[in-house]
Design a protein around this ligand. Structure first.
Ligand SMILES: [Ca+2]
Length: 338
């Protein structure tokens, strides 16, 4: 109980500060002089892990976010969530793309957190056809672009149909699938959400002639920050801490009846998408993760299956190295605290 109160108070203080300084953090930091251009394709707004993944990417001095593009359901509402998060981070120089709606207008938890966000006033620009902007950025880039795919893959069929040449200039680092392990470490493969929402979209992505690396549930399905790590982040006063505290507390209050989704006595919920950002870092992931080259396909129910005949050759982050999850958690905490 004491631990819970401590975490709760720390979060409250951080949120109060974030609200006070919500309008003061814009563009205090320019884009880092990093090497690796990335596009984040996200369903931010449903769960909390997209927020943690984007803040991680923005805090990294190794990545240069060229675009955050939304996917699935109400992609305009998701763009508002992205805009508020990036503005609080002081990274509203990053353009936002509105991705393809898929017809399902489910109202997700964090939409209300950002409902008053004015996209027309967003400094970095909001592009109403986010997929076209993805194609434009990739094709005009002098470097290979990594697409950090952390939502259902609903933008990819259109991207690949309209801009087939992107396969020569982009790679995909995706949080997707379940090879041998399901949610929360259960040793049974499942239809993972990002694949299940549109199995054929994932199959199109896999079959395209580009490099695809996956973190399936086998490596991202139970990764979280514990309460001590969360406390370290929220004791620091910086835009990243404030942005994370604001969005996490809102999410937790909205899901207060679901201990599985948000129990601050334990730590964060599982932050699946953070591992996809890790995959895009140029130097760190090979020290932490064990990769396997696999032939992966998707069946109509959204299961990722191994198929030596029809499956696409795919690099899969299948296991963590010894003690590597703790090492990565330490890296993550430091990045959020910088
Ligand atoms: Ca996501």
């Amino acid at each position: 109980m004491v631990n819970y109160l401590l975490v709760f108070l720390v979060v409250c203080v951080a949120v109060q500060r974030s609200l006070q300084h919500d309008h003061l953090t814009s563009s205090q930091k320019g884009p880092p002089t990093t090497l690796q251009p990335v596009i984040v394709d996200t369903d931010i707004g449903s769960f909390i892990d997209d927020s943690f993944a984007i803040v991680f990417a923005a805090q990294s001095h190794l990545l240069d976010i060229k675009l955050v593009v939304t996917c699935t359901d109400d992609t305009t509402a998701r763009a508002k969530v992205a805009a508020k998060l990036l503005r609080m981070l002081g990274r509203d120089d990053i353009p936002i793309g509105v991705g393809i709606k898929n017809g399902n207008e489910t109202h997700h938890t964090l939409f209300d957190w950002a409902s008053s966000e004015d996209l027309s006033a967003y400094k970095g620009g909001v592009y109403t056809d986010g997929v076209d902007k993805m194609g434009e950025i990739i094709l005009s880039s002098e470097q290979m672009v990594d697409i950090i795919a952390i939502g259902p893959m609903t933008n990819f069929p259109t991207l690949l149909r309209k801009y087939p040449e992107v396969v020569k200039k982009a790679r995909v680092q995706a949080m997707a699938g379940s090879i041998y392990t399901g949610y929360h470490g259960n040793k049974v493969s499942v239809a993972e959400y990002n694949v299940e929402i549109c199995p054929w979209c994932m199959e199109v992505l896999l079959q395209a002639n580009w490099s695809v690396t996956l973190t399936p549930l086998d490596t991202c399905g139970d990764f979280m920050l514990d309460s001590d790590e969360l406390k370290q982040i929220f004791q620091v006063y910086n835009p990243a801490s404030n942005a994370l505290a604001s969005t996490l507390l809102y999410f937790c209050i909205a899901n207060k009846h679901s201990q599985d989704q948000c129990a601050l006595t334990v730590g964060t919920p599982v932050v699946y998408d953070v591992i996809a950002t890790l995959l895009a870092l140029p130097i760190i992931p090979a020290e932490l993760l064990v990769y396997s080259e696999m032939h992966v396909s998707v069946n109509g129910s959204g299961f990722t299956v191994l198929d030596d005949k029809m499956g696409a050759s795919t690099l899969v982050a299948l296991n963590w190295k010894e003690q590597a999850e703790k090492k990565f958690a330490d890296i993550l905490v430091k990045m959020y605290c910088n």
